[in-house]
Design a protein around this ligand. Structure first.
Ligand SMILES: Cc1ncc(COP(=O)(O)O)c(C=O)c1O
Length: 444
């Protein structure tokens, strides 16, 4: 792929697209970069923008292009389905692709007697899980984690705990938020993992003793918070929570929208890093490698519980099922979980090493191909969102796409396709370290 300098004609086309975007798209749909880019093609783990500039992609369409671009197995599976002339039939007819994919996901989940319902998005998957849990428990009370993000519908926003992503407080649920996701908060600083887990379990018990009435339906949690800035609770936290939840029959829902399919390297689903099997998992993003698919995998009794009929018109349609089956098969056939562990270690290790000499780096954390760098004011250690914005521009200039997030907007989030090669890992690491050095020099 050419790494040419921007072509002036294409640049002015992008300017005019930006003007048109601003005229008709909502202001709250954010664009990255001072000069936003339009991605026009992709191959492997690289994309090209409208000016012809090539980038190594460490954000993968927000963890969605999970095995990279233009993957023959996925393209051909979709083309085969298109060639049948059937793009949609509906769930009132048998759908082979759904059954095949559900069988694989049920098996991989480790959930006993698991059943699967397919949706179009992560938001819709979480709505479904919350519906199943509140129905099964006959309660509208739900626990969620501080700093979480679960989507943009009323139920999903209700369990979201990040003011920047919460437009209102209207809620179909009665929600209480737990500590536990972010060990970096001042009140936990310096604690060992074991002490931290004990403090969080105490907090759970305290919430159950003080904030709720009678039965609680479920705890919903991301094993690693995505929008929250890849905050990483110590492994074992959710197993410790589950012991308490089990005392009252409270269900555990793991939101695997970002952490599923081997991304964390050490487990196929993020929650399994904690040594616990939840009652339900929700998924979306990477499963279709860009095609819209989400869903819930849950204990069969929970899935079968509701008495009313249900349908998601487009959920699990033949095209998305063809893409998702091909993507999941690719992940398993190529053992991309092991690849995530291997390539992630190169990058995370390299970043940790660089951090020792760069005061602007407040934290490096990660598991597999899900890692983040927090930028802080080198003087006082305060979160430095402006430096994160600068870093984004610098990595863009150097040909690397990364993401941004965290409660304070200072966490650089990276999640390359699981197909990343070791050479690409080293190349990306080199760019990240160069950009960090530049930002560190500027911040002094
Ligand atoms: C953890 C998590 N859950 C749910 C969602 C919502 O998914 P979607 O945007 O597909 O509705 C997201 C999206 O970023 C997410 O990161």
């Amino acid at each position: 792929m050419p790494d040419s300098s921007p072509n002036p004609t294409q640049t002015s086309q992008t300017d005019s697209l930006l003007t048109r975007h601003r005229a008709v798209m909502p202001n709250w749909v954010g664009l990255y970069y001072d000069e936003p880019i339009e991605i026009v093609s992709g191959k492997g783990n690289r994309v090209v923008d409208a000016s012809g500039k090539s980038y190594l992609d460490f954000f993968a369409g927000i963890l969605t292009n999970m095995i990279g671009y233009d993957i023959a197995e996925v393209r051909e599976a979709v083309e085969r389905q298109l060639a049948t002339g059937v793009v949609h039939t509906s769930t009132v007819y048998l759908l082979r692709g759904q059954v095949e994919l559900a069988e694989k996901i049920a098996r991989l989940s480790g959930i006993p007697d698991a059943k699967v319902f397919f949706t179009n998005s992560g938001t819709e998957a979480n709505e479904t899980a919350l519906l199943l849990a509140t129905y099964a428990r006959g309660s509208d009370q739900v626990l969620a984690m501080r700093q979480s993000y679960h989507g943009r519908s009323f139920g999903a926003v209700a369990v979201t705990s990040n003011r920047s992503w919460k437009n209102n407080s209207l809620s179909p649920l009665n929600v209480h938020f737990l500590h536990g996701a972010d060990k970096h908060l001042a009140q936990f600083r310096g604690m060992s993992d074991a002490d931290y887990i004990a403090a969080c379990v105490d907090d759970l018990r305290h919430v159950l003793a003080t904030a709720v009435s009678k039965d609680v339906a479920a705890l919903i949690a991301e094993p690693i918070q995505g929008v929250g800035g890849f905050t990483m609770a110590p492994d074992g936290l959710f197993a410790a929570y589950k012991e308490v939840l089990d005392e009252e029959g409270i269900l555990l829902i793991s939101d695997e929208v970002q952490t599923g399919w081997g991304r964390t390297g050490s487990a196929f689903f993020g929650i399994h890093n904690h040594g616990v099997t939840p009652d339900m998992m929700t998924f979306a993003k990477g499963l279709g490698n860009g095609f819209a698919v989400g869903g819930v995998v849950a204990r069969g009794d929970l899935m079968d519980g509701p008495h009313a009929a249900g349908v998601a018109t487009f959920g699990g349609n033949p095209i998305s099922m063809a893409a998702a089956n091909a993507t999941l098969d690719y992940v398993l056939d190529h053992d991309l979980q092991a690849n995530a562990a291997r390539t992630g270690e190169i990058i995370i290790g390299g970043l940790r090493e660089a951090a020792t000499r760069l005061p602007v780096v407040g934290d490096v954390r990660g598991k597999g191909l899900m890692f983040a760098v927090e930028l802080v004011d080198p003087a006082g250690g305060a979160p430095a969102p402006a430096l994160a914005v600068r870093f984004m521009e610098e990595t863009k200039r150097l040909g690397l796409l990364v993401g941004k997030g965290g409660l304070y907007g200072n966490a650089l989030r990276m999640a390359p396709p699981l197909t990343l090669t070791e050479d690409e890992a080293r190349e990306g690491l080199g760019i990240l370290v160069t950009a960090l050095e530049t930002i560190n020099d500027e911040a002094r």
